[in-house]
Design a protein around this ligand. Structure first.
Ligand SMILES: O=C(O)CCC(=O)C(=O)O
Length: 267
């Protein structure tokens, strides 16, 4: 295929993703990570989980999960540089800019590995966690890096269709769990999820299938991030960051007026 045809095809596909996001509050982009990348990142995620426990940050959080079959890994950006790379992957950032705009920050970067026996957490919208509402615009969004094939039986994330249109808590249906559907995606896919979409982790009812997903959560720069990167990132990690990464993590003096760099020195 000629280069022009190839780029027209890409532009058409991109428009379809943006249309999906607008209509459904999510889109699934397949084959973003190669099989080798999935293998490598998954291996590093398991090592990060071990290191997190070693540092005293447990991977089972009883207030989030009913049992220890959900392995939660927090502060991934401090645990392996591969996650800093994921944070800045152009395939994700183009959606962040489309949905939120140029002034965004990285609000959190975590993973959840659902092992057989994993149960669902409380249903929520990610924007609802950082902003009480009204939820009028996609001021935040999640990127779901699928490190396994994900589907109903192995606990794929479940979502409430069209719930990105819900503007206030009073309009969330009481029986939303009955109406939820599961994402379905191949390992290596990137799911883009509008921060307003209500969702929960699915139950893993398989005997021996694991479901690992890395969640990169971005929000408008005027919202406080879910975590305080100044505290969480080790000095060594912070020293190695690029100017761009520092900005996205709100590490500069102008924390939530990202486009104003007037207090920064040249780094
Ligand atoms: O693991 C999942 O499928 C969803 C996780 C989630 O929504 C969260 O950790 O806030």
């Amino acid at each position: 295929m000629s280069e022009i045809k190839e780029s027209k095809k890409r532009a058409k596909a991109e428009t379809a993703y943006f249309d999906d996001l607008e209509a459904n509050g999510f889109c699934v982009v397949e084959d973003v990570l190669s099989a080798a990348e999935v293998f490598d990142i998954r291996k590093k995620l398991l090592a990060a989980a071990r290191e997190s426990n070693r540092r005293g940050v447990p991977t089972h959080i009883p207030s989030l999960d009913q049992n220890d079959s959900n392995i939660r890994v927090f502060n991934l950006l401090d645990l392996d540089p591969v996650f800093l790379e994921l944070m800045g992957r152009s395939e994700a950032i183009k959606f962040v800019k489309q949905l939120i705009g140029e002034d965004f920050i990285v609000s959190n970067f975590t993973a959840n590995i659902a092992l057989p026996g994993a149960k669902s957490m409380h249903a929520h919208s990610d924007l609802g966690i950082v902003f009480p509402g009204p939820w009028l615009e996609p001021w935040s969004m999640n990127t779901l890096w699928c490190l396994d094939d994900i589907y109903f039986e192995n606990g794929a994330t479940m979502y409430l269709p069209k719930s990105h249109r819900i503007e206030k808590a009073a309009d969330v249906p009481l029986n939303m769990l009955d109406k939820m559907l599961s994402f379905r995606a191949k390992a290596g896919s990137l799911i883009i999820m509008d921060g307003r979409l209500w969702h929960t982790s699915g139950e893993n009812i398989t005997q021996n299938e694991e479901r690992a997903i890395v969640f990169g959560y971005y929000s408008a720069a005027f919202l406080r991030p879910q975590v305080n990167w100044n505290v969480l990132l080790a000095e060594e990690t912070q020293q190695a960051l690029s100017k761009q990464q520092r900005k996205w993590l709100g590490l500069n003096g102008t924390a939530n007026t990202v486009s104003a760099n007037f207090t920064e020195g040249s780094q």
